[in-house]
Design a protein around this ligand. Structure first.
Ligand code: ADP
Ligand code: MG
Length: 665
């Protein structure tokens, strides 16, 4: 059954549900409460002034409705609860007045004002409860009331619950005494007590982590079993020549990473390596050297970036580094014109391209390589596990290099990236100064503008990250436009441009080009700028609404500056969460910051604002549920090694997962 057929769901609510990443009834069932409200009845006679109270009473007098300024209104009435008469006021629910009848039972939640003998209600229901009740609270989006979302979920539970696929094999369900999937899903949405929540959650978390680890371990085993790599002969003199031609000295960690990669590539086993390093640590050059090694041994390379901006940047950068060498390089993205695309496909197939740089477009089915030897993915955390295996499908057995600036603590990295070898770049290139970071309130903006002016006068450039807003309120675009007007007032003689998600790739490219050529002095952007962008002459980044971001994301954004030996600055504008933000004033170390973020918010923001790729768990949290994760890791390995998969996987669901991963190899 389609989501749109569910009672109450229409085209408009369907769109809103899609916004929450809910596309099917199954998605709806797997859309779990983010918290629970425990409603427990109080006796008003025992409450103190200012207490949050929840009482059940009988309406004793019909409300009087008073209109207030600005479309506001106030209802006042009286209820009897525990033999006491108390007043109740409710704001802005005037439209509900006709439902308030004398003698009707009502549940009031609100704040108790003892002097005035009044409850100021924050919520009310016309229902009776038995002492306590637990309500599921769902994250929703503007325009979709919580109540409606809960109703849809309730409808879905009524309808579809039997079709849920259970991914935990029976013997493990027995081992842990788990409840069945159907019960767990029902209870997680409609628990009758705390124990229900715990039991249901643990089961669903385990299932999620078990399937995740199963995929990881599956990849790992495939790599071990199917580990015959390409034979390569490379001319070491040429490699050394190339490394010498790079306009800077490699750092020790970069050299080490290059050696790891070279060894992997030359030895007759397949490389499957993650190159981890903080923002600005210089991962790109390492991967470019890998491309050169691959070129020297006569194979094609594919270099994949998560955004068009980044792909273009890598393309320009690589072109200039390979200048004078006879390497044929092309760029392929979603916005490459169809005709050109076809041409590129043909050339790839005929081995007329040595290195192709692009976005997801590189792994579309139409793309056939002639002799793909190396695949590189930049900002790996943006891609999911399934895409990891998708890439491998493209060549007979290309070497794979993943890059990620996501600094996750080592224990987690080893588990989550358990199918890969890891090289780390720990130190930034020498001569780099720490970025001076200051948290400022909106009132102190003048200080920020002064600092910006000094930098502009020195012919340096500035990024401004616009405040985040709820999507449905206004568009990001309006927001950056407004900010641009303000900056024009402050800096009337400067070139100021904007960048936002609604622009076409070509528009974005023009804006970025003019910024990297220093034709634009100030770039006002939404977080589309977030990853990887490299403009060395930019020395200030100002981030509005900084408190709305996790520390790791802010660190990534901050990494847009400080990309050479100029002193750079980062201003975090916020009127709240000062203490949390101050962590960034004191640390320039992504690993340390991520540890702090991890402590403060769990995995929450670890992977940036847009949750995507590997870590978009629906219920599990790799930090809080680390024990379950480790158990799931062990269990999934035992399961895969058992040679009894057919017997143990009673309903065949797990085999589907394995086949999905396996077939792509
Ligand atoms: P990231 O690891 O964040 O992807 P990049 O690879 O973009 O970082 O490198 C950041 C900047 O540092 C780039 O401008 C790059 O040219 C420069 N860079 C990289 N390695 C060195 C080095 N060893 N010495 C000086 N500059 C370097
Ligand atoms: Mg990068």
């Amino acid at each position: 059954m389609e989501l749109i057929e569910l009672p109450g769901v229409g085209p408009k609510s369907l769109k809103l549900l899609n916004k929450l990443n809910i596309y099917t009834i199954n998605d709806l069932l797997n859309y779990y409460p983010f918290r629970y409200e425990i409603i427990k009845l109080n006796d008003i006679n025992e409450m103190n002034d200012g207490d949050k109270v929840c009482v059940e009473g009988i309406i004793e007098k019909i409300p009087t409705l008073i209109r207030l300024k600005g479309n506001m209104n106030k209802m006042s009435f009286r209820i009897e609860t525990n033999n006491t008469l108390v007043n109740v006021v409710i704001f802005n629910r005037g439209f509900m007045k006709k439902h308030f009848e004398i003698g009707k039972t009502i549940l009031i939640i609100g704040k108790w004002d003892n002097k005035k003998n009044t409850i100021v209600a924050s919520d009310f229901r016309f229902e009776k409860i038995d002492g306590t009740k637990i309500e599921s609270v769902y994250r929703t989006t503007n325009g979709l009331p919580r109540k409606n979302l809960s109703n849809y979920i309730e409808e879905a539970i009524k309808l579809n619950i039997n079709e849920l696929e259970d991914y935990i094999p029976n013997y493990l369900i027995e081992k842990y005494n788990f409840m069945d999937k159907e019960t767990a899903v029902k209870l997680v949405h409609n628990p009758s007590d705390i124990n229900d929540i715990k039991q249901a959650q643990i089961r669903l978390k385990y299932e999620e982590l078990f399937t995740f680890m199963l995929k990881i371990n599956c990849l790992k085993l495939k790599n071990q079993n199917n580990n015959i790599g390409l034979k390569r002969d490379i001319d070491n003199t040429m490699l050394t020549e190339f490394i010498k031609s790079i306009p800077f000295e490699l750092t020790i960690d970069q050299i080490k990473a290059v050696n790891d990669i070279k060894t992997d590539m030359i030895e007759p086993r397949r490389m499957n390596r993650l190159l981890q390093g903080d923002v600005g640590s210089g991962k790109t050059i390492v991967s470019i050297i890998a491309c050169y090694i691959n070129y020297l041994s006569g194979y094609q390379s594919a270099f994949m970036a998560p955004t068009e901006i980044l792909a273009r940047q890598h393309y320009d950068n690589i072109k200039s580094l390979f200048n004078g060498l006879n390497i044929k390089i092309e760029l392929l993205t979603g916005s490459t014109p169809k005709k050109e695309k076809k041409e590129i496909y043909k050339k790839l197939n005929n081995n007329e391209i040595d290195l192709i740089i692009g976005t997801h477009a590189l792994i579309q089915d139409e793309v056939e390589y002639n002799n793909l030897g190396l695949v590189i993915t930049d900002e790996q955390h943006r891609f999911g596990v399934n895409q990891r295996s998708n890439l491998r499908n493209k060549g007979t057995m290309p070497d794979i290099l993943y890059m990620s600036a996501t600094p996750i603590p080592r224990t987690y990295a080893l588990t989550i990236y358990g199918d890969m070898d890891i090289s780390s770049i720990k130190t930034r290139p020498t001569g780099r100064k720490d970025i001076i970071t200051k948290v400022k309130t909106n009132k102190e903006i003048i200080d920020v503008l002064k600092s910006i002016k000094i930098e502009l006068d020195n012919n340096h450039q500035v990024y401004v990250i616009a405040p985040l807003i709820e999507e449905s309120e206004k568009s990001d675009m309006e927001n950056v436009i407004k900010l641009k007007e303000k900056f024009i007032k402050a800096f009337p003689n400067r070139n100021i441009e904007i960048l936002h998600g609604k622009m076409t790739p070509i528009e974005k490219e023009e804006i970025m080009n003019s910024f990297s050529k220093n034709e634009t002095n100030i770039l006002i952007s939404t977080t589309v700028i977030e990853v990887g962008v490299d403009v060395k002459n930019a020395t200030v980044i100002t981030i509005f609404d900084a408190d709305r971001f996790g520390l790791s994301t802010l660190h990534q954004l901050r990494g847009r500056v400080g990309r050479n030996d100029l002193q750079s600055y980062c201003f975090l504008i916020s009127d709240k969460s000062k203490e949390r933000l101050q962590i960034l004033e004191h640390s320039n170390d992504g690993f340390e910051i991520s540890e702090q973020d991890f402590k403060l918010r769990g995995q929450g923001d670890l992977f940036g604002v847009k949750q995507s790729g590997d870590m978009s768990f629906k219920i599990a949290n790799i930090k809080d549920d680390f024990k379950i994760l480790m158990q799931a890791k062990q269990d999934s390995l035992e399961f895969l090694n058992s040679n009894l998969i057919d017997t143990l996987d009673t309903n065949g669901h797990i085999k589907k997962i394995i086949e999905n991963i396996g077939n792509l190899n």
